[in-house]
Design a protein around this ligand. Structure first.
Ligand SMILES: [Mg+2]
Length: 253
């Protein structure tokens, strides 16, 4: 058994990537330090498998990553672990819901509409639409409570992301995927020190599973703050806050 593993789990949008232009330039200092110390950085995101793969390559993150809000895990050897329910089931429910609620999911949108709503380049919007375990959708905030009850009948749940609500199976979360990976790592290392960074309510389950949770500040003033032990909040926003958290944590280890 190996000695100690320090590991970082991170959300992408509005955490490692800037909310407006998806740039990670301001996270460079933190990323360079992780690279220098050979600390794995694992993306944990609501993005799809193909989208996350692109970002992992662009940023130089670990080949192990969690996609679609914990619906699936891509392991370093390329194997995929399914934790979510099949997308076709989610779409069937979405169609049923649309008769009572003004919901509109990615499956109802063409690539151009996804570009408009996300600000992603067209090629990225196409990979964002290749879903397996979750359906991002829009709906007026006022319908959220009623909708939450309605999806419960199907054994599904709603999760709030930064731009969209997400429809997925009950029990599927970033936190359950992170817990799964931590168990695997604990089998190989005598001590695992885990850090996680996120900005939105869909990150809270992940933040609650690690030794050192960081809430990364969002551009707007209002931000939901969870009650999680040892939670720290960055003073800087997005990727700049990401670097701030990484430097503070790793320099104090
Ligand atoms: Mg985010």
């Amino acid at each position: 058994m190996k000695d100690q593993l320090v590991i970082i789990f991170t959300d992408l949008d509005a955490t490692l990537l800037a909310h407006d232009d998806y740039s990670f330039e301001k996270a460079r200092t933190g990323l360079d330090l992780c690279h220098h110390l050979q600390i794995p950085v694992i993306a944990v995101t609501s993005k799809t498998l193909d989208e996350t793969r692109l970002w992992v390559e662009r940023i130089g993150l670990n080949q192990c990553f969690v996609f679609e809000n914990g619906g699936g895990i891509h392991l370093e050897d390329g194997k995929i672990i399914d934790l979510g329910v099949n997308y076709s089931v989610l779409r069937q429910v979405m169609v049923k819901l649309s008769s009572s609620f003004p919901v509109r999911g990615f499956g109802d949108m063409d690539s151009n509409e996804i570009v408009e709503r996300t600000g992603l380049p067209i090629e990225d919007a196409k990979t964002a639409a290749l879903r397996r375990f979750s359906e991002p959708f829009i709906c007026p905030e006022t319908d959220f409570g009623r909708l939450e009850k309605a999806v419960g009948i199907y054994g599904l749940q709603l999760v709030r992301g930064g731009r969209f609500f997400h429809l997925q199976t009950v029990g599927q979360s970033k936190g359950s995927a992170v817990a799964y990976l931590l168990e695997r790592f604990k089998a190989d290392f005598s001590r695992v020190f885990s850090i996680a960074l996120g900005d939105s309510p869909n990150d809270f389950s992940m933040l609650s599973k690690v030794n050192c949770p960081w809430l990364v500040r969002r551009p707007e003033k209002e931000q939901t703050t969870p009650e999680i032990d040892n939670l720290k909040i960055t003073s800087k926003i997005g990727p700049e806050g990401w670097s701030e958290a990484i430097l503070e944590t790793l320099n104090n280890l």
